[in-house]
Design a protein around this ligand. Sequence first.
Ligand SMILES: Cc1cc2nc3c(=O)[nH]c(=O)nc-3n(C[C@H](O)[C@H](O)[C@H](O)COP(=O)(O)OP(=O)(O)OC[C@H]3O[C@@H](n4cnc5c(N)ncnc54)[C@H](O)[C@@H]3O)c2cc1C
Length: 382
Amino acid sequence: MAEPMLDVLIVGGGPVGLFLGCLLAKRGLSFRVLERRGSPGQHSRAIGIHPPALEAFRQVGLTEPLLAEGLRITRGLVTGENGPLGELGFATASAEFPFILSLPQRDTEAVLRRRLAELAPGSFCAGVELLELREEAKGLHVTTSQNGRPLELRARYVIGADGWRSRVREALGLPYPGHLYPDKYLMGDFPDTTPLGHTALVSLTGGGVVESFPLPRQGRRWVVHTGDQLSGAASALELTEVIARRTGLHVPAAECRMLSAFEVRRHRVPEMVRGRAVLIGDAAHVVSPIGGQGMNLGWLDAATLAPLLEQALASGGADWQHFERTRLRSARIAGHQAELNMAAGRPAGARAQRWRERLIEKVLLSPTAEPLLAQAFTMRWL
Ligand SMILES: Cc1cc2nc3c(=O)[nH]c(=O)nc-3n(C[C@H](O)[C@H](O)[C@H](O)COP(=O)(O)OP(=O)(O)OC[C@H]3O[C@@H](n4cnc5c(N)ncnc54)[C@H](O)[C@@H]3O)c2cc1C
């Protein structure tokens, strides 16, 4: 029997596709979320959830479960070669959420999957991979593979939330201009043995930046610019030695819970909307994770898209140009900000290091610049 025409087919059950599913369920639309993985990924990339996303999650009852599992980062401490340069508090970022919530991406995705199952049981289809996409008179015809067996589906709109290697984007014939940065980073999760509590640390040293963020369950994530001191294949012990050398803080290498090297890239599609297909999240834009905003950008794409889909399905039209313009603008701003963050954390010679320490000290002490910086780091302008 032929499958009925769905209102929306979401390709990709990562954080962005899952949230869009919750939003569409609340609006009473018929949809499926296709996820090619048969079981959830265990690798944790993102940890930072920003106030605008927490506000958007209210619509679907996700804010409270996430707040219950996450840890609230209330401020960041910035240090240089010889000690503290200043602090950045997030109190002015939002009256309701004056913090960045820290939760490993796999746990965030588990909360989103649970909520989607409550709102629309059976809508999440694991082990289903999109292969082809074809326009029809009233919608799109989609060929998928379900555990190796072909499955044909039809939907009035298809949303590509299938990550930076997006098959949907490829099927639409859209390019993905961008580049890989020369910077390389190594990150690891360990028990938190520092006296920092709920404070994030950004240590700007001549060897390269060390960032560290508290995690739930007494954990702490460390991210270091590898500079010329570490290779991508470095061990947990080598990572902790570099952290000790650059910050004076001792991290228990033997208790490493996760170790991962990563490179950073930036990409942006020329169009997010083509016909009845829309790209969101990493399928539409990738920004460097130094600054931690990529996943949040995708959530804000989803929150903007859901009412437009409802409107287009009801009346046949929506202001897609405005959607595309505003969301690509946000991605551009986040991309520039991440680039500034990376530049501030690159290895530097003694003179450049003294100069940047003086500049950062000045900015953090300025009563006008500090709240603006807090707003930028918590994505108030996106
Ligand atoms: C080290 C690191 C740290 C980061 N930290 C942060 C942070 O703190 N804050 C933040 O906001 N962002 C952060 N990011 C970015 C964040 O991880 C991504 O922006 C986010 O995962 C994008 O979500 P997405 O749902 O768009 O794509 P993905 O997470 O890539 O999900 C896409 C999903 O689609 C599925 N899929 C792919 N192809 C198909 C297909 N053909 N058919 C069906 N399913 C398919 C995939 O299996 C996957 O599950 C970080 C990234 C890295 C690398």
